[in-house]
Each structure stands twice: as structure tokens, then as C-alpha cells.
Design a binder for this molecule. Sequence first.
Ligand code: NI
Length: 171
Amino acid sequence: MSDSNLIDEVFEIKKFPDPILKQVSKPVEVFDENLEKFVNDLFTAMRVHDGVGLAAPQVGVLKKIAVVEYEEKSYVLINPKILEQKGIQESEEGCLSFPGIYANVKRPQWVKIETQNLKGEKEIIEGEEYTARAFLHEMDHLNGKLFIDYLSNIKKSAIKKKIAKNTGGHF
Ligand code: NI
């Protein structure tokens, strides 16, 4: 694969109902310069598409890697695990894989996560409110879970119909 192909691939965001979005990603085991390059490309793709977060499966890579950037703070999540969570919040949520679709989703108010950095070292990060929401949304992507999975069947099918209408797709 040439470098230009790699860049093209990174910039294409997989949209629902692409089946890759429902798959469970594999843990990262090799921490090398390719991982660092991929994480940088993920940040670039997220910024180009005006997102606050992006997960590897959304660019077609089934690895437990995601990035979040909110209020000028950047976070790299590699093999993240929830250690603790508290409280509850409900707010409107969107996803780069669902352009133009927003829905209210309940999430914990605060979360503590164990993640690994680009060197493979374990780190603990915490987030609350919108940051917690972003961490949990991206971590769901790594397990094949989407924000519409939190909605009632009626709301979910209304969203699917809207997407099918917009794309001319079939369900
Ligand atoms: Ni998303």
C-alpha cells in the first residue's frame, strides 16, 4: 500500500450502516512508529470533519484506538478500560458515522479510564460531562456499539428510515 492510499483510507469515514461499525476491535499489541502515524492521521481526520472524537473502526481499522479533542485538550485512547463511573447525564449526541443525526443519550456524568499511551505505558485519565460522554462514545465504537443502540426501537427505526431516505439505501 502506498502512502497516498493510506491517507485516502484514513480520511474516508465509514457511515452507518457499514457493517464494520458493528464489529469488535482487537487490542493494540505493537507500539511503534506506525501506531504513532495512525494516531496522528486519526486526529487529522477528526479535525477535518469537525468531530470531537474519532475511533479507528470509523476509518475501517478494527483496533482499540480512539482520539478525543475537547476544549483544547487532546486524548489518545489505546486499549481503554473503564475503572470507575459515577452519576448520570442526558444530552444530545451525534457521530461522524451518522451525519446530521442527533439524539438524546444517557451516559455516566464522570468516568475514570485506564488507557495506554503511544509507548504502551498505562495511564489513568478522568473526564466529566462532555468529556466523559466523548470517551464513552468512542470506547463504545471499539466494541461495535453505536449511540443509536441506546435509543428505543421506535427512535432507532425512525433514524434508520431517515438515513435510508437520505442515501437511497435499502434496509
Ligand atoms: Ni461516533
